[in-house]
Write a protein that binds this ligand. Structure first.
Ligand code: ADP
Ligand code: ADP
Ligand code: ZN
Length: 221
């Protein structure tokens, strides 16, 4: 399965990807995580990306597209992948389609997770992430057993620097302007599956899994 997870910041893409990668046995590739890692390691890419990320703007297409193309060439992507946070612009979507076409492949589906704006702001403002293992928590909706400490690895939880009120509204505006047009792009190509992202993570996961399994069966027949 080659899947793209689409949705505004805070929709639950990362949360869902954690479960979906196990169900479908495919690697989870988050461009946000790859970029944050590059920033931390102060690579050439990271140094270029940092200023955009701090402002909540998109990192230029050519940088992100090259990073993803390289990642997709690794052997673990041979049987599929779950892309989270890419594509985010029409140019990236075109580049992805082209990259896959080179090896005679194409996407199986694009899952758009839809959540009302007020909920997104609430989800982002309470998001906490483990510094060690990347596990995701929410201050109110999914708190760790001990405040500030990861249940899985005892790592320290932190708040992403771009999850502040000002940057969140910039990121939501960027989504509306640059990424939302991808909904009709993928709808036109009969790849779009729109999923209601409200309710518990388990409920949302059920909806996505049922939809993808139906799509998978249809592709096989
Ligand atoms: P969220 O999960 O909250 O939507 P991400 O972790 O996906 O956030 O992305 C964080 C930041 O990384 C974005 O605001 C943007 O600056 C950069 N980024 C991630 N993916 C892309 C992409 N495909 N194109 C351009 N910039 C990206
Ligand atoms: P994205 O990757 O789309 O930016 P995340 O998966 O990081 O979104 O989720 C954002 C925040 O919302 C996290 O703190 C997460 O724990 C929380 N969250 C995820 N799914 C749900 C849900 N269904 N209901 C309530 N909170 C959720
Ligand atoms: Zn952890």
């Amino acid at each position: 399965m080659r899947i793209v997870l689409l949705g505004p910041p805070g929709a639950g893409k990362g949360t869902q990807a954690q479960t979906l990668k196990q169900i479908f046995g495919i690697p989870h590739i988050s461009t946000g995580d790859l970029l944050r890692q590059a920033v931390k390691e102060e690579t050439n890419l990271g140094n270029q990306a940092r200023a955009y990320m701090d402002k909540g703007e998109l990192v230029p297409d050519e940088l992100v597209t090259a990073m993803v193309a390289e990642r997709l060439q690794r052997s673990d992507c041979a049987s599929g992948f779950l892309l989270d946070g890419f594509s985010r612009t029409i140019a990236q979507a075109d580049a992805l389609a082209e990259e896959l076409a080179h090896s005679g492949k194409k996407l199986d589906g694009v899952v758009s997770i839809m959540v009302p704006r007020a909920d997104l702001v609430e989800r982002l403002s309470g998001r906490r992430v483990c510094r060690e293992c990347g596990a995701m928590y929410h201050e109110r909706f999914d708190p760790p057993k001990r405040a500030g400490v990861c249940d899985k690895c005892q790592g320290v939880l932190y708040q992403r620097s771009d999850d502040n009120a000002e940057t969140v509204s910039a990121r939501l505006a960027v989504y509306e302007r640059a990424t939302a047009p991808l909904l009709s792009y993928y709808r036109d190509r009969a790849l779009l599956y729109e999923i209601d992202g409200r309710g518990t993570p388990e409920e949302v996961c059920q909806r996505i899994t049922a939809t993808l399994k139906t799509a998978q069966a249809a592709h096989r027949s």
